[in-house]
Design a protein around this ligand. Structure first.
Ligand SMILES: [Zn+2]
Ligand SMILES: [Zn+2]
Length: 1010
């Protein structure tokens, strides 16, 4: 027996019920057990940062992962479901600093690194717990409890192994260079971390003159937006190929920048090269030691500033490169925290922002300031703490990319990217990225195992065992491979045997995540180690094993991974880099990427803007299925606008489906319909409409299968939505009466269609699908998720095309009706259809749907053709003849040559030269689309008006029946006041209202006796 359904689903409530059932019945375990040993499909989870609870942004990716794992699960594939947490680096550190009220590195060191590490781990413990809870609520089936945590010693050892490998190949080196630097975090930031971190900002815009030493009274004028870099100025660059001019007041600027100015003298840029000038801050010690001069630089652009560029090699990447070419001194004005060193006199201790104002004031006093204003531009900030970045010279550790670059590009070409343009983005990145800066001057991260020795030799340690072997002391206190413990373990230099200490830096977090396809799958691990991943900080948080190398051979590379677009430069990149470096090939075969998420109005979501939706809130107010539907319906090449408005739309669509199921359940219960899983496909005599729905269902299965295989979920949701429309607005509409009595073919057909559609949509909305499944299928698999994938048989296209044509004609007929403003219950005489030959054998259904007496197929003589000149095209062509042609067209003096061409007064006009319109003639309503035109005869006569009156009455009586509390099957006695209607339509009125008697009188109904 079916269980009655309420009028609409309570998504959150039914989802909690289903979660409890899955738990109780061990549904996921049953699925995995059933698939174990089958062909496998390998998915590797990109780790989610364990510093927060689940948000609606993260839930997008988690949903896509779950959708495809569920799909492959239904198809019988053996899979890994290991979830991952990212646990180290600035993400975690900055959060903990905020919690503890610390705001600088000295404060962290004062707090104590051991205690700080403990606080960081607590964040991970708490957050991984929260995330797990959120993902379970979302419906994500993962191997919870066997998660990988990137801060495990095992993961760290694998990165060490990678670094040792890089060292052996000569790729690892210490570099002294200019780098983007966060003054608050006190560390360099690498190129890939700048992705998406540019914000709009207004900075000072300064024009400053540098007096020329050998040309008295003259100066060269530069432009800068970073006043704090002026004390570190050593040169001014000009473009040697451009013209420069001297103003009457002695100022030299690039002439093309000031086309309206008159110059008293003009010289090519190369003649300015070598001029010496007085630096802007020669009163400060560092500046006074420098001989400032003009240098050539081909990249000086003529689209902003003065065409003269201020060069401070200690404060800019390109400046630093120029210093190498021209042998310029490098002044580094600020320390790790972005504050001026003490040899900068009155600037000592000021931040770069604080210094700006004083610098501008000082330039004004000394007469160097030409002009000061504000400049709006895009400027990078720290991705973690949002402090504006500066450039600083630092010693960092790098992995050289030159040797690997061609192999990376080649490996990328072997990957199938969805959307396809992501491949090009990755390739562009691979072509242009610089060496990988892997060192960070921080605390809670992967310790770089690099031990430079006074003898000049650098040892790179590749494993914990190797560390133990080389350690001078401190192994006994080494709780975790992490600061501060690791810093207490000096080693013996492998070259000279003297003690060497580790560099203090920790690693870029993308090393942590990039090594995952090796570290979690047991690459080169000789023996399977139970709970071998639960080491170091991860001990007690997971039971994950460290598999052996054979396991890696089986599961590597991943068949599929998915993350958002920004991961091209982050996780997709670091994985690819490490994999190509270690074994020369890509770690994944296919990637699904997706764009960004905004609120439903297209704005970014921000806590402070009040438009942030928490996952918790979304679960309570939308339900997980509705969230998942929004994610799945989103084309991955466009930004998702997520919110409660779109959720309402989703609910409305799902309600149509719900109502179709409810319809079957309501009438199935009344009529005692008992379907059987064994006889899924209807095997009784079917009517053409039933056969159509069977084929339509096969078409849904085929379309959804194709969409899942192409990893395009929005094609699944589209296919499902159009199927639901066909079921509800065609099949059920057309067959309603067959369910009022027991018509087995109708029940069996509708049940088959609903059951199959639940199977194909189950990966997207696992809760609602299972809830309805358990009601509809009582003798089959316990859960829809255990039902396997339906056969994707090729549907009968000719039948489908026929009904598609019929539906198009009916849709156009409805449009024509609504344009004529006739009420829906008004019967009409005639419909003429042109251009839909496939619909011809369904004239009766069309007539019935549109309430017309007759449907004719043929020429739509009822419509009038209007042709006008397309003025922008025809005007220039015809010139003064246009007017005559236009008038002839207006009078209808043209010949239709077919194919959109017309002849007017001997001239042939091409399709793009005319505008064509069809309008209904008097008394006809016309609608036209995609080559199909219908014309509705809208003239009414007494017969048609009387029939409309009958139909109004039927409607009224049926409303009254409902209001009187009569059951749909109750028979009645009926009184109506319309004599004419009674005379003509007594039997029809009785039949359509289930009346056993109809008499003249005031309108009323009563339950008939017996
Ligand atoms: Zn920062
Ligand atoms: Zn040595």
């Amino acid at each position: 027996m079916f269980t009655p359904l309420p009028d609409k689903p309570d998504h959150p409530a039914l989802e909690l019920e289903i979660l409890a059932l899955w738990e109780q019945e061990r549904t996921f375990e049953q699925l995995r057990d059933g698939n174990r040993g089958n062909a496998h499909w390998s998915f590797v989870d990109g780790p989610v940062t364990a510093n927060k609870s689940l948000g609606v942004h993260t839930a997008w990716g988690r949903t896509l992962k779950d959708v495809f794992q569920r799909y492959k699960g239904m198809r019988g594939f053996d899979q890994r479901y290991q979830n991952g947490f990212d646990c180290q680096g600035l993400w975690i550190e900055v959060g903990v600093e905020r919690e503890l009220g610390l705001n600088s590195k000295p404060e962290i060191e004062e707090y104590g690194l051991e205690a700080f590490a403990a606080r960081c781990r607590e964040v991970v413990v708490r957050s991984s717990d929260d995330l797990t809870r959120g993902c379970k609520r979302l419906g994500q089936w993962m191997d919870w409890g066997n998660d990988y945590f990137t801060f495990s010693d095992t993961n760290i050892e694998y990165i060490w192994k990678f670094l040792e490998h890089a060292h052996e190949h000569g790729w690892l080196y210490a570099g002294h260079r200019s780098t983007e630097w966060c003054p608050r975090c006190g560390t360099s930031i690498s190129q890939h971390e700048l992705t998406g971190s540019y914000v709009d900002r207004a900075d000072p815009s300064l024009y400053v003159r540098f007096p020329l030493l050998d040309r008295p009274g003259e100066s060269i004028v530069i432009w800068t937006t970073t006043p704090w870099t002026l004390p570190a100025n050593v040169a001014a660059a000009v473009n040697p190929g451009e013209e420069y001019g001297r103003r009457a007041n002695g100022e030299w600027v690039a002439a093309p920048r000031y086309p309206d100015e008159q110059f008293v003298e003009q010289l090519p840029g190369n003649e300015l090269v070598g001029w010496r000038y007085a630096g802007p801050f020669d009163d400060l010690a560092p500046g006074s030691t420098v001989e400032h001069r003009v240098i050539p630089w081909d990249d000086v652009a003529m689209d902003e500033g003065t065409g003269v560029v201020h060069i401070a090699p200690g404060c800019g990447g390109e400046d630093f490169e120029l210093s190498r070419v021209h042998g310029l001194p490098v002044l580094t004005p600020v320390d790790e925290a972005g504050r001026f060193y003490d040899d900068y006199g009155w600037l000592h201790g000021l931040s770069t922002v604080e210094a700006a104002e004083q610098i501008i004031g000082r330039l004004e006093e000394t007469g160097r300031l030409v002009e000061a204003g504000l400049y709006e531009h895009r400027y990078p900030e720290c991705w973690r703490c949002h402090t504006p970045l500066i450039f600083r010279i630092a010693d960092d550790w790098f992995i050289s990319v030159e040797e690997l670059r061609p192999k990376l590009i080649e490996a990328n070409a072997s990957v199938e990217w969805v959307p396809a343009y992501f491949e090009k983005r990755m390739e562009d990145w691979l072509r242009n990225m610089g060496d990988w800066n892997i060192s960070r001057r921080r605390y809670y991260g992967l310790p770089l195992p690099i031990y430079p020795c006074a003898c000049g030799h650098t040892t790179v340690i590749g494993s914990k065992a190797e560390l133990a072997e080389r350690a001078v002391e401190g192994m006994d206190q080494l709780e975790q491979l992490r600061r501060p413990w690791i810093d207490r373990v000096p080693i013996r230099c492998e070259q000279c045997g003297e003690p060497a200490t580790r560099i203090p830096e920790v690693g870029d977090v993308w090393l942590d995540a990039g090594i995952v396809p090796f570290s979690t799958l047991g690459w080169e691990n000789p023996e399977w180690i139970t709970e071998g991943y639960a080491t170091g900080a991860a001990r007690g948080l997971t039971k994950a094993d460290l598999p052996d190398h054979a396991y890696w051979e089986k599961w590597f590379p991943a068949d599929w991974v998915t993350e958002m677009r920004e991961q091209i430069r982050l996780w997709f990149y670091s994985q690819l880099f490490m994999s190509v470096a270690l074994i020369g090939r890509a770690p994944f075969k296919r990637v699904l990427g997706y764009e960004k998420m905004f609120d439903e109005g297209g704005r970014e979501m921000h806590g402070s803007w009040g438009n942030m939706i928490s996952a918790e809130e979304a679960f309570e107010q939308m339900g997980a299925d509705v969230m998942r539907w929004q994610y799945a319906a989103q084309p991955p090449n466009q930004d998702l606008w997520f919110g409660f408005g779109p959720a309402y739309e989703v609910k409305r669509k799902l309600l149509t489906f719900w109502n179709s199921v409810k319809f079957l359940i309501d009438y199935g219960s009344i009529e005692g319909f008992e379907p059987s899983w064994e006889r899924l496909e209807p095997d009784v005599d079917l009517r053409p409409l039933d056969r159509w729905l069977v084929e339509r269902t096969k078409q849904l299965v085929a379309a959804a299968t194709e969409a899942y295989e192409a990893t395009l979920t929005m094609d699944v949701t589209r296919a499902f939505e159009s199927f639901v429309d066909d079921v509800s607005n065609w099949y059920i509409r057309r067959s309603r009466r067959r369910f009022y009595t027991f018509d087995e073919a109708a029940f069996r057909t509708l049940w088959f269609a609903l059951v199959q559609s639940l199977r194909v949509v189950a990966p997207v909305m696992p809760f609602l699908a299972d809830h309805l499944w358990r009601n509809l299928v009582q003798d089959g698999p316990q859960s829809v998720h255990l039902a396997g994938w339906p056969d994707a048989a090729e549907p009968d296209r000719s039948l489908l095309d026929e009904i598609a044509a019929v539906r198009r004609v009916v849709e156009l007929g409805r449009q024509a009706r609504s344009a004529s403003q006739l009420k829906l219950r008004q019967p009409l005489r005639r419909l003429v259809v042109a251009g839909a030959p496939l619909a011809r054998s369904h004239a009766d259904e069309i007539a019935d749907e549109l309430r017309v007496k007759e449907v004719e197929f043929g020429d739509v003589g009822a419509s009038e053709l209007r042709v006008k000149p397309n003025l922008p095209v025809l005007g220039p062509k015809l010139g003064s003849a246009l007017r005559d042609v236009r008038e002839r067209m207006q009078r209808g003096e043209f010949t239709d040559l077919g194919g959109g061409r017309f002849e007017v007064d001997g001239r042939v006009l091409e399709p793009d030269e005319v505008l064509v319109e069809r309008v209904g003639r008097e008394g006809w309503a016309v609608a036209s689309e995609d080559g199909v035109t219908v014309a509705l005869d809208t003239q009414l006569d007494d017969d048609l008006l009387l029939e409309a009156k009958l139909l109004d009455r039927v409607h009224e009586v049926n409303v009254l029946r409902k209001e009187s509390g009569l059951a749909v099957t109750d028979r009645i006695n009926l009184w109506v006041p319309d004599e004419q209607v009674l005379e003509r339509y007594r039997e029809r009125l009785a039949a359509e209202t289930l009346a056993v008697s109809v008499e003249l009188g005031e309108l009323r109904v009563e339950l008939a006796a017996g």
